[in-house]
Design a binder for this molecule. Structure first.
Ligand SMILES: [Zn+2]
Ligand SMILES: [Zn+2]
Ligand SMILES: [Zn+2]
Length: 249
């Protein structure tokens, strides 16, 4: 299974417009891994390509990654940084299946053309959706609006994506983590921040559970610069995603 991080920034992205903080200035001047578009992910397995979330810059992200076909789009929750680019898909040139939780679907604002073109489907937590040998299973996470994480599984290899999850993990989450080849967390900051799990929480998780591979994304401009982050948490066995990073499990 191939996992491509199209964008790895938190809600405002980095540089954040209107912000002159040191990290945004570095991102403007130097670009590279310090510049982060809003978070979106591409999963490739079993001959299918699944896009997870549609941030406002999604058309540029898909063009940059040279992605010209998608099996489906999954949406985690209603926040603008995750669905702000959904309406761009009215310009996608073929029918596209779009999946979201029933409690997320009702929050989506579609254009008439997208309504004609998209195959919108609701899901419940723990429904398995199959794309050949790739299964996608949504599960609920704690956030300040209804929000879903996803299990992607192919031939016994499991990747868990916690979307904008808070730090409150259930026994079921821990159980799913046990067999995961990779777990991906959205950590805007080092310290707790508005119902998102923090890097500090993820470090504790890695120490308490024997997780095989942990990746963080959805990084805020108040966080450390990329190299500083890598230096700080790579020794704990945590990978810091950057825009364009592709990993295989
Ligand atoms: Zn977010
Ligand atoms: Zn800033
Ligand atoms: Zn959110």
């Amino acid at each position: 299974m191939k996992i491509q991080f199209l964008g790895t920034g938190a809600a405002e992205g980095i540089p954040s417009f209107g912000c002159t903080c040191q990290r945004c200035q570095v991102a403007r001047k130097e670009g590279g891994p310090n510049a982060r578009q809003r978070a979106s992910l591409l999963i490739e397995a079993a001959g299918h390509r699944i896009l997870l979330d549609t941030p406002p810059e999604i058309s540029a992200l898909l063009n940059r990654a040279e992605v010209f076909d998608l099996s489906a789009v999954f949406l985690s929750h209603e926040h603008f940084d995750h669905i702000g680019g959904l309406v761009e898909f009215e310009y996608w040139n073929r029918v596209l299946p779009i999946f979201a939780g029933y409690d997320v679907l009702s929050k989506l604002r579609l254009t008439p053309r997208l309504e004609d073109q998209a195959l919108l489907s609701g899901f419940h937590s723990h429904t398995r959706l199959c794309f050949g040998d790739l299964t996608v299973m949504p599960f609920k996470v704690v956030h300040h609006v209804p929000c879903y994480g996803f299990v992607f599984e192919e031939a016994g290899t499991r990747v868990l994506h916690f979307s904008d999850s808070g730090p409150e993990l259930s026994n079921l989450h821990y159980h799913m983590l046990e067999k995961a080849a990779m777990a991906i967390f959205h950590t805007p900051t080092f310290e707790p921040y508005r119902s998102h799990i923090s890097i500090r929480d993820v470090i504790s998780l890695v120490q308490d559970c024997s997780l095989q591979r942990v990746v963080i994304t959805h990084v805020n401009h108040n966080n450390l610069l990329h190299e500083e982050l890598v230096e700080r948490i790579a020794p704990q066995g945590i990978t810091v995603a950057y825009d364009g990073l592709t990993l295989e499990v």
